[in-house]
Design a protein around this ligand. Structure first.
Ligand SMILES: *Cc1c(COP(=O)(O)O)cnc(C)c1O
Length: 385
C-alpha cells in the first residue's frame, strides 16, 4: 500500500511561476521588491504597524527579544510544551528562560503558571500557539499589564488560526511566524516578525541586515551615498525567492487550511468513540491551524509500540512536540508535570492539505488496531508494568 506521510508541503506550479519571475528580475537576494511586497501584504493581513520578512522564526524571536531590550540576566517566561525555539532565543540574548507548564486540555501555556512564576527579574512572556492552537491571550495580557511585562506570540504553527475572531499573529504586541516546510504556509525556510510598533519593526529590520538599511534601496539612490554601520546586526534576511513563494502561499492559505480542517473533522468523527485516546480539544473561542494533529494516548498504551506498527504499514507518525524543561541543554531544575505527561503520551498522526479521506480512514483504522495490541491494562501512569 502507498505510504501516508506525516507532513507534506503543498508547493506547486503557482509557486514555481513566482520563482521564475524572481529569476528574471535580477534580484534573488533579500529585502528586494518581493520582500517589500511580502512585508506590505503581511502588515495588511495582520493589521500590523510593521512586518519584517526574516529567514526563519528562530531569527524573528531573537530580534524580538533584542528589540524589546532584553538584557543578560533578565528572566523570560516561556511556554514549556513546544519546539524549543523560544527558550533558545532567550538564551541567545544571555537571558534566562523560565518554563511555564501548559493546560492539560489545550497544551497551551497555562496563565496560572505564568502568574506564579513572575519574579523581580521577569521582563516578559513568550506564549506559543501550540501546533496551531492559540493560547489564552486575554488572561496573559491581564497578567502582563498588571506586572509590566511584554508578551510575544510565537505563532510559528498558527498561520490562519483565530482567537476571539482575531488572527493568530495579531494576538500580542509582537508576534513571530514561521514558514518552515512543516508549517501551514511555507517557502522551505522562512519567517516574519509582526508588531504594532513601526519603530520596533524598523530596528528589527536593520538588525536583520548586518546593521545597515536595505542595500536594494541604496543601489537606486542618486549619487554615491556610503551606508554607515551603526549596529552589530545579523544576516537574517529572507531571500526574494522565498518571499515570492510566500506571496503565493498566503493567497492560498484559506484553501489549504480548509483542507486541513476537513482532515481534522474526519479524524474526530472516525476516532470519536475510541476510549484509548483523547482527541485534540479546541475551545469555542478559537480556531486551530492544524499544523499537527496530536492525539493523547491512554497511559496504559505503549506509544513506541503503536508508532512502530504504524510506521511498518507506511503511516508516518511522531511524538508531537517537546517538554523543553527536560532538554539537557537548559539544565533546568523546574518541574512542568502536565507538559512532561503530554511529551510521553502525545502521538502525531498524518496531517497535511493533500491527505485524502480514504488515507485518513486507513490511518484511523491502523491506529485503532495498534492501540488494542499495545494497551496493557496493568500498566500504571508511571509506566511500571
Ligand atoms: C517551528 C517552530 C519554530 C521555529 O521556526 P523556524 O522557522 O524553523 O525557525 C519556532 N517556534 C515554534 C513554536 C515552532 O513550532
Amino acid at each position: 500500500m502507498d505510504a501516508i506521510s506525516l507532513v507534506h508541503a503543498s508547493l506547486g506550479e503557482q509557486e514555481l511561476a513566482a520563482v521564475a519571475d524572481v529569476f528574471s528580475s535580477g534580484w534573488p537576494a533579500g529585502q528586494g521588491p518581493m520582500g517589500k511586497a511580502l512585508e506590505i501584504e503581511l502588515a495588511e493581513r495582520y493589521g500590523a504597524g510593521g512586518a519584517v520578512a526574516l529567514s526563519n522564526c528562530g531569527a524573528a524571536l531573537h530580534l524580538a527579544l533584542l528589540a524589546l531590550g532584553v538584557q543578560p540576566g533578565d528572566e523570560v517566561i516561556v511556554a514549556d510544551y513546544t519546539f524549543p525555539a523560544p527558550a533558545h532565543a532567550v538564551r541567545y540574548v544571555g537571558a534566562v528562560p523560565v518554563f511555564a507548564d501548559v493546560r492539560a486540555d489545550t497544551a497551551t501555556i497555562d496563565p496560572r503558571a505564568v502568574a506564579d512564576l513572575v519574579g523581580p527579574q521577569t521582563v516578559g512572556v513568550i506564549a506559543v500557539d501550540t501546533v496551531g492552537l492559540p493560547a489564552d491571550y486575554v488572561e496573559l495580557k491581564s497578567i502582563a499589564d498588571h506586572r509590566g511585562l511584554f508578551v510575544i506570540e510565537d505563532a510559528a504553527c498558527a498561520v490562519g488560526a483565530t482567537y476571539h475572531g482575531r488572527a493568530a499573529g495579531a494576538l500580542a504586541p509582537v508576534a513571530c511566524l514561521s514558514f518552515h516546510g512543516r508549517k501551514g504556509a511555507t517557502s522551505g525556510e522562512g519567517g516574519a516578525l509582526l508588531t504594532a510598533d513601526p519603530a520596533l519593526a524598523a530596528r528589527a529590520r536593520v538588525w536583520s541586515s548586518f546593521g545597515i538599511e536595505p542595500i536594494f534601496d541604496q543601489a537606486r539612490a542618486i549619487g554615491l551615498p556610503i551606508p554607515v554601520f551603526t549596529e552589530i546586526g545579523y544576516n537574517y534576511k529572507l531571500s526574494d525567492i522565498a518571499a515570492a513563494i510566500l506571496l503565493v502561499q498566503l493567497n492560498r492559505i484559506s484553501e489549504l487550511l480548509d483542507r486541513r480542517r476537513a482532515v481534522a473533522a474526519h479524524y474526530a468523527e472516525l476516532l470519536a468513540d475510541e476510549d484509548l485516546l483523547t482527541l485534540p480539544h479546541v475551545p469555542p473561542d478559537r480556531t486551530h491551524a492544524w499544523q499537527t494533529y496530536m492525539v493523547k494516548l491512554d497511559p496504559s498504551v505503549d506509544r513506541a509500540g503503536v508508532a512502530a506498527d504504524l510506521r511498518a504499514q507506511g503511516i508516518g507518525c511522531g511524538h508531537g512536540t517537546w517538554a523543553c524543561h527536560l532538554q539537557p541543554v537548559y539544565d533546568s531544575k523546574q518541574e512542568c508535570p502536565v507538559s512532561a505527561d503530554l511529551f510521553q503520551r502525545h502521538l502525531a498522526i498524518p496531517m497535511h492539505a493533500e491527505l485524502t479521506a480514504s488515507q485518513a480512514e486507513r490511518v484511523a483504522e491502523a491506529l485503532r488496531t495498534a492501540l488494542r495490541v499495545h494497551a496493557h491494562p496493568q500498566r500504571t501512569r508511571e509506566g511500571a508494568v
